[in-house]
Design a protein around this ligand. Sequence first.
Ligand SMILES: N[C@@H](CCC(=O)N[C@@H](CS)C(=O)NCC(=O)O)C(=O)O
Length: 214
Amino acid sequence: MLKFYHAPWSRSSAVFWLIEELGVDYEMELVDIRGEGGAPEEYRAVQPNKKVPAIEHEGKVVTERAAIAIYLGDAFPRTGLAPAIGDPDRAAYLSMLVYHDAVFDPAICGHVHGLSYVSNDYPFGLYDDLVANLEHRLSEKPYAAGDRFTIADVILGSGMNYTMNVLKGLPQKPAFEDYVARVTDRPAYKRSAEKDAALAAKVPAFQAMFASRD
Ligand SMILES: N[C@@H](CCC(=O)N[C@@H](CS)C(=O)NCC(=O)O)C(=O)O
């Protein structure tokens, strides 16, 4: 049985969506990353930086969201959401999936936190280059890997949805809005979002946050 280490409304929510897309049986272990002192120290034995997501499958632990997404797509190929080796879409699929976590995620964080740098300072390059690249790609083709929905869209769609609509770290460009609307209009996304919101409602940090807004 697949074990999924998760914290609601976090980067592991993309893996939650992915698991719903794949329709695999799993057991969820909630990790309290928002309590006093962060995730419990014992969790470091699973994820060395105490971050979610992580998975355990057939006795092996996989960490880092991009690796988890690639692993799950290859381990559960039935849905065809991971272009296999030899498939012409695999190059763009892997490139965009890893681009999200290696470039998009850190460049957005740097931008939101006011980090000023030149491209060579960090491996993820410039925020403006990222925005231009995404706008170009998503104006040309409907999905991250081209003409079909793949697991790269779960990762990129999840990240863009959050950063554009919640974090406000990505401009509301028509190509971005259309893309996010397209990829989140899937039953698996809606199922995972509903379950994740129910889990988030039980997290004291979110309860306090919402109470303070009332
Ligand atoms: N590089 C990690 C990043 C994951 C990550 O940043 N997770 C955050 C949640 S959004 C976390 O677990 N934070 C808890 C902490 O840092 O203590 C991955 O891609 O899996």
